[in-house]
Design a protein around this ligand. Structure first.
Ligand code: NAD
Ligand code: UGA
Length: 456
C-alpha cells in the first residue's frame, strides 16, 4: 500500500485521481488544492467541474481511499508518490510574455515537496503539461536542500479531453511514462506504470525517456490543433469555390493514412490547452534557435484566431454591415460540448467583437453560464445571460451557434423562427444543425465551408 498525493484538484487532478482511487483500492489517495471552494465542492455532490460520469466514480472511492483537503503539508510528509497537477498557463509578463509557460505554481509545489517530504524514497510525477526538460529543473530544486529523501522525477502527461474525461481515463489510447534512463529511474517509472496496470492493458503502457515524454505531450496537442487549423483554412476556400467542407473532410478522412478524426471545421478551437501548449512549443523552438519551426507552429494559432474573426466578419457582413442595436443570441459559450469550461472559448473574442459593434448579446449555455458571466464581466455593452433557450432567442436578429450541445439539435426551430426578428439568420459555427430544414422553415442559413442557404 502506498500513500499517493496529488497537488492540484482541477480538471486533471480530480478526475485522474478519482480513476486511480477507484481502480487501486489498496492505495490511499489524497488530493490537495489551495482553492478552498474547489475542495469543498469535491467533498460534496456538487463537483467543481461538470464531466459526464465523474460523480459516480468519485462517489465510489471518496472517503474510502480518496480524500480531498486543503492542507498540503501534512499529506506530503508521508507520501510515497506525488503527482503534480497544478496549472501551467501562458506567462503574461516579462521575458517570453504571451508565449512561454508560467512555471510559478509548479515551482512553488517543488519547494513545498522539498520542505515537507519525510519518506526515504519519493517519486514525483509531472502530470501537468510542461516544457521539455522541466524535469531537470524539478530535480535540481529537489536536490538543493539537505533533505534525507531521495527523489525520482517521472513524467506522466495526461491526454484526457474534457467532456469525455471518464471514457478517456477508463480506456486510454496509451499511458505515457517517462523515466530517467538508469536503473532507479526505470524502477520509478515502472512503479507508476503498475498503478495504471490495474485497468490499462500492458501494451498501452508506454515507457520512454523523460524528455520524449514531456515533448510528446506538447506535440500531441500541437498536431491535433494543426488538423483543426488545416481543415478550417480549407473551409474558407470551400466558401469561395462551392466545395462542401463536410464532403472534403469525409473524402480525405477515408484515407487511412490521414484518418477521420479531428477534421470538423469550426469557429475555432478553444480550451485551456491547445493555444497555450502550441505557444509554449513555439517558444521552445525559438529558445533553441529554430525560428522557422517556431513560426510554423505559431501559424496554427494564427489561423485559429483568423477563423473566429472570419465567423464574426460574416455575421457583420450579412447583417448589412451594421449590428448596432441588433440582438445576436449565442447558442453555447463552452469551448466544446459536455463541459462547463469556457477557458479560451471562441465565444469570448466573438462577444468582444459583437459588443464593440454595439450589438445586444444574449448568451445561452446549459452548463457554462456561471463561467461566461466571469469571462465577460469587464466588457462594456449590453450582454445578458439567459437560462431558458427560448427566452434567449426572443427578438434576435441572428443566432450564432458556438458549442455543439446535443440539445441544440433537438430545439423547436419553428417556434424559434416565430419569435425572432425577420429576416431571421442562423450562423452555424459548428455545422451542427440541419441546414436544409432550417432553410425550409424560413431561416437564412450560414454554415461553415458550405454554400449558404439564403431567402434574401
Ligand atoms: P486547473 O486550473 O483546473 O487546476 C489546477 C489546480 O492547481 C487549481 O485548482 C489550483 O488552485 C491548484 N494549485 C495551483 N498551485 C497550487 C499549489 N501550490 N498547491 C496546491 N494547489 C495548487 O488546471 P487543469 O485544467 O487541471 O490543468 C492542470 C495541468 O494539466 C496543466 O498543465 C494542463 O496543461 C494539463 N492538462 C489539462 C487538461 C485539461 O483537459 N484541462 C488535459 C491534459 C493536461
Ligand atoms: C485536448 C486534447 O484532445 C487532449 O488529448 C488533451 O489532453 C487536452 O487537450 C489538454 O491537454 O488539455 P480538450 O481541449 O479538452 O482536449 O478537447 P478537444 O476535444 O481536443 O477539443 C479542443 C477544441 O477543438 C474544442 O474547442 C473543439 O470544439 C475543437 N475541435 C475539435 C474542432 O474545432 N474540430 C474538431 O474536429 C475537433
Amino acid at each position: 500500500m502506498s500513500n499517493i498525493l496529488c497537488i492540484g484538484a482541477g480538471y486533471v487532478g480530480g478526475p485522474t485521481m478519482a480513476m486511480i482511487a477507484k481502480n487501486c483500492p489498496e492505495h490511499k489517495i489524497t488530493v490537495v488544492d489551495i482553492n478552498e471552494d474547489r475542495i469543498a465542492r469535491w467533498n460534496s455532490d456538487d463537483l467543481p467541474i461538470f464531466e459526464p460520469g465523474l460523480l459516480e466514480v468519485v462517489q465510489e472511492a471518496r472517503d474510502r481511499n480518496l480524500f480531498f483537503q486543503t492542507d498540503v503539508a501534512s499529506p506530503t510528509t508521508d507520501a510515497d508518490i506525488i503527482f503534480v497537477s497544478v496549472n501551467t498557463p501562458t506567462k503574461m509578463f516579462g521575458e517570453g510574455a504571451g508565449k512561454a509557460a508560467d512555471l510559478q505554481y509548479w515551482e512553488k509545489t517543488a519547494r513545498e515537496i522539498l520542505a515537507n517530504c519525510r519518506k526515504p524514497n519519493v517519486i514525483v510525477v509531472e502530470k501537468s503539461t510542461l516544457p521539455v526538460r522541466t524535469a531537470e529543473a524539478m530535480a535540481r530544486i529537489l536536490e538543493s536542500g539537505n533533505s534525507s529523501t531521495q527523489f525520482f522525477v517521472v513524467s506522466n502527461p495526461e491526454f484526457l479531453a474534457e467532456g469525455t474525461a471518464i471514457e478517456d481515463l477508463s480506456n486510454p489510447d496509451r499511458v505515457l511514462i517517462g523515466g530517467e534512463q538508469n536503473e532507479q529511474g526505470r524502477k520509478a517509472a515502472e512503479t507508476v506504470a503498475a498503478l495504471y496496470a490495474h485497468w490499462v492493458p500492458q501494451e498501452r503502457l508506454l515507457l520512454t525517456s523523460v524528455w520524449s515524454s514531456e515533448l510528446s505531450k506538447l506535440v500531441a496537442n500541437a498536431m491535433l490543433a494543426q488538423r483543426i487549423s488545416s481543415i478550417n483554412s480549407i473551409s474558407a476556400l470551400c466558401e469561395r469555390t462551392e466545395a462542401d467542407i463536410a464532403e472534403v473532410s469525409k473524402a480525405i478522412g477515408m484515407d487511412t493514412r490521414i484518418g477521420s478524426k479531428f477534421l470538423e471545421a469550426s469557429i475555432g478551437f478553444g480550451g485551456s490547452c491547445f493555444r497555450k501548449d502550441i505557444l509554449h512549443l513555439s517558444y521552445l523552438c525559438e529558445y533553441y534557435g529554430l525560428p522557422e519551426v517556431a513560426d510554423y507552429w505559431a501559424s496554427v494559432v494564427g489561423i485559429n484566431e483568423w477563423q473566429t474573426d472570419r465567423f464574426f466578419q460574416n455575421i457583420l457582413h450579412e447583417q448589412f454591415n451594421t449590428l448596432a442595436g441588433k440582438t445576436i443570441s449565442l447558442l453555447g459559450f463552452a469551448f466544446k460540448q459536455d463541459t462547463g469550461d469556457t477557458r479560451d472559448s471562441p465565444a469570448i473574442p466573438l462577444c468582444e467583437k459583437l459588443l464593440a459593434e454595439h450589438a445586444k448579446v444574449k448568451v445561452h449555455d446549459p452548463k457554462a453560464l456561471e463561467n461566461a458571466r466571469l469571462d465577460l464581466k469587464d466588457l462594456e455593452g449590453d450582454v445578458s445571460f439567459v437560462e431558458d433557450v427560448y427566452e434567449a432567442v426572443e427578438g434576435a436578429h441572428a443566432l450564432a451557434l458556438v458549442t455543439q450541445w446535443q440539445e441544440y439539435r433537438e430545439l423547436d426551430f419553428e417556434r424559434i423562427f416565430q419569435v425572432m426578428a425577420k429576416p431571421a439568420f442562423i450562423f452555424d459555427g459548428r455545422n451542427h444543425l440541419d441546414h436544409e430544414k432550417l432553410f425550409e422553415i424560413g431561416f437564412n442559413v450560414f454554415p461553415l465551408g458550405k454554400v449558404p442557404l439564403k431567402h434574401v
